[in-house]
Design a protein around this ligand. Structure first.
Ligand code: PLP
Length: 388
């Protein structure tokens, strides 16, 4: 591929930092002080009080929903977009909640506020918002709705590190917020993810859930004491309070994360500049250009046809293939999740038709790689193969 979805996201300097660590006598490799250092650095960068480093964005999603299940053991409904990653919906189902879908807006690719409002009822326990491809999905009305109805907001920021709402980084608005550091994302720890929160008790619980439900993972005695009570027949080091998971990451991942964090802001700047240049050049008669870029932190070149023109879409795909430009049809997560087999037992037949905007992106949308080292010449080349 001349232009893959991502290039050189992990650099020599990241690997050298790891090698330095490995050269030490008997280096710690499992979750240890470097993980804590990375979590602290992440809090500083994001502006949150607490974070835990996990082994993927999907694990972060599952931990958030596991925590919701502890809060609401009888389950309930969680509002999710049909346009997101599989694990945003799978985690809802895995934790015994019912996913209720709200269609998206084209300009933010996030759930439309009125669609969310229509779906809220007494059974709604959370709104699980996805910030897609670097665009901010938060609005004041959404924050007001969630707080007035006492509904938890969970943010999926896996594709949008550094996006902002009113100058505050997204990931600060949710009860929990979930990030991915998978290879093609804004920064990478190979595999990896982070959950951030501003609530200390939530953080302490997440620490426990990340490590087999073990009480010893909690750092604050104030919260720990409640879990130790009535368990004095057990070794304090081995009290498994919840049936949980092992979602820990390692010192190696944390060293890479610390190294990557140093250039995250520069990379975001380059990606944003690239996207603006790209948008400026693509043919407005053919492509949707009115993305809401306020506070955005671009992840990929979004390309959505204005018209439902299958013949043009096919020609575009052939042209991109011919000239070695990698793309993902259907855009984030492959398009409309309601068309995926894993959901067939949970939704009504052909329910995917109810989500018109998502359906449009599913058939007439795609994304192409936008990585920091792309130059204007490269974008000109790509645009030339798009404006056909
Ligand atoms: C919106 C969104 N959520 C969650 C994930 C899952 O992250 P991971 O691949 O680290 O499990 C992704 C993955 O790309 C994603 O795009």
């Amino acid at each position: 591929m001349k232009y893959p979805l991502i290039k050189n996201n992990i650099l020599r300097q990241d690997l050298d930092e790891i090698i330095q660590h490995l050269k030490k006598d008997d280096p710690i490799l499992t979750n240890g002080p470097k993980v804590r250092e990375f979590e602290e650095a992440w809090n500083k960068w994001l502006g949150t009080k607490f974070s835990i480093f996990v082994n993927s964005g999907s694990s972060a999603n599952l931990l958030s929903l596991t925590l919701l299940k502890i809060k609401y053991p009888d389950g309930g409904e969680v509002i999710v977009p049909p346009f997101t990653w599989v694990s945003d919906i799978a985690s809802v189902i895995q934790c015994g909640f019912t996913p209720v879908f709200a269609d998206i807006d084209l300009d933010t690719l996030a759930m439309n506020f009125n669609e969310i409002k229509k779906k809220v009822n007494s059974k709604t326990k959370a709104i699980f918002l996805s910030h897609i491809q670097g665009l901010n999905g938060i609005s004041e009305s959404l924050l007001e709705l969630a707080s007035s109805k006492n509904i938890e907001l969970i943010e999926d920021v896996c594709e949008s590190h550094g996006a902002k709402h009113k100058d505050i980084k997204v990931g600060n608005f949710g009860w929990t917020s979930n990030f991915s550091f998978y290879y093609a994302h804004h920064m990478s720890t190979i595999e990896g993810g982070m959950i951030s929160t501003n609530n200390e008790e939530t953080y302490e619980n997440l620490r426990m859930l990340r490590s087999h439900g073990m009480v010893r993972e909690m750092t604050n005695e104030k919260y720990k004491i409640k879990y130790l009570k009535n368990n004095n027949q057990l070794n304090e080091k081995f009290i498994f309070f919840y049936p949980a998971y092992n979602f820990r990451n390692t010192e190696i991942g944390a060293i890479m994360g610390l190294s990557q964090l140093k250039r995250l802001d520069d990379n975001i700047y380059n990606r944003n500049e690239n996207f603006k240049y790209f948008l400026d050049k693509i043919d407005q008669n053919k492509y949707f250009k009115d993305f809401n870029l306020l506070g955005s932190s671009n992840y990929a070149f979004n390309l959505i046809l204005n018209d439902k023109d299958k013949e043009y879409m096919d020609r575009l795909c052939s042209n991109l293939e011919k000239f070695g430009i990698e793309f993902r049809k259907g855009s984030a997560g492959g398009g409309n999740q309601l068309r995926q087999p894993y959901l067939s037992n949970y939704i009504k037949e052909k329910e995917y038709n109810d989500y018109e905007v998502t359906e449009h992106v599913h058939f007439y949308g795609m994304y192409l790689g936008n990585y920091p080292e792309l130059q204007k010449d490269d974008i000109d080349y790509i645009v030339d193969k798009i404006n056909i």
